[in-house]
Write a protein that binds this ligand. Sequence first.
Ligand code: SF4
Length: 196
Amino acid sequence: MLQVSRRQFMKVTGSTLAGSSLALLGFSPSTALAEVRQFKLTESIVTRQTCTYCSVGCGILMYSLGDGAKNAKRSVIHVEGDPDHPVNRGTLCPKGASLLDIVNSPSRLRYPEVREPGSTEWKRLSWDDAMGRVAKLLKADRDANFVEKTDAGLTVNRWLTTGMLAASAASNEAGYVTHKVARSLGLLAFDNQARV
Ligand code: SF4
């Protein structure tokens, strides 16, 4: 049996009574403590993406802050696995889980660059200029080097002087289309990190 002295008993009941009286007067901390903590991603915008690192192609959710206010600059504040994605169902490996580092890395390439023949300098290009330039160079090389038939008369329709390497951050569907485009041009030297 619990042994309580008269002095201890008076102390406990006294403080309990004082506490109850304060609560009756509205000084109880319980109401404040019961308030629901704010969800840290409230107000953020969610964007679905594919992990940029490897050929598994896990789906990710990227949360960025920026409520549309005129001077608010939106930035990615959190990345997590997409629970609805059929590949990873919400999970990420340690590399994928640290994707926020590459998003905010000062050395991340954010725009196209070109190094002209003989130059040691990289020059920034607009996306339009880069796409136009790539298309023109591809066409010129294909026009000059496309092989329709071998010397023996065998139809091959191949283009061997250009290769293509596609990225991992593509869905199955994007990979399928990329593959079709490359092969329909006659490209044989083609690879994709996602192994289409
Ligand atoms: S989360 Fe990991 S396993 Fe998934 S695509 Fe990214 S690097 Fe590959």
